[in-house]
Design a protein around this ligand. Structure first.
Ligand code: HEC
Length: 143
């Protein structure tokens, strides 16, 4: 009986002494995105949109806020986001329809009309996305 207890005690002790799992490798410093260090106008590659670096605040905002709201078909959130986008309207010349497109999208979200919300996304992107990327890409999101 004592022997059995001893064996069990040893087993317990053994399992306690098992080496802890090796710590996950710590990723080294991430190499700077070569795209974001180039002049935004210098290459076509700069507009690939593959990576939301710190120099693309609106793109990052869209990906963080708009994509999940769209995927979830969350009309309340879409409406709130489109409301917020109105405040992002650039003061620079040539963005005259920005607010009205966002407003149309917000109304579409209110009526839970996904197709019309999408049309607002597309409408603004077709009119302003490449212009914005060329002219204002690094601009911070207004608070
Ligand atoms: C009033 C203008 C406007 C509206 C409305 C708008 N966007 Fe955008 N969106 C932009 C601009 C400008 C960019 C480019 C930002 C950049 O790349 O620096 C952009 C970029 C994006 C991106 C980043 C990837 C890409 O295509 O370049 C996503 C994702 C996106 N928008 C999703 C949406 C969705 C989903 C909606 C509708 C629910 C929407 N947006 C509505 C202006 C708008």
């Amino acid at each position: 009986m004592h022997r059995l207890l001893l064996v069990i005690a040893l087993m317990l002790a053994c399992s306690k002494d098992e080496p802890a799992p090796a710590p996950a490798p710590v990723p080294g410093p991430v190499a700077a995105d070569p795209i974001s260090t180039t002049d935004a106008n210098s290459t076509v590659v700069a507009d690939s949109g593959a990576d939301a670096g710190p120099a693309r605040p609106l793109q990052a905002w869209m990906k963080t806020n708009m994509t999940p709201a769209m995927n979830a078909k969350d009309f309340d959130l879409l409406g709130a986001n489109l409301d917020t986008i109105m405040t992002f309207a650039p003061k620079e010349p040539g963005y005259g329809n920005w607010v009205s497109i966002a407003k149309d999208g917000k109304n579409a979200a209110k009526s839970a009309d996904l197709g019309a919300v999408r049309a607002a996304c597309r409408g603004c992107h077709e009119q302003y996305k490449s212009k914005y990327k060329t002219e204002l890409r690094a601009r911070p999101i207004p608070p």
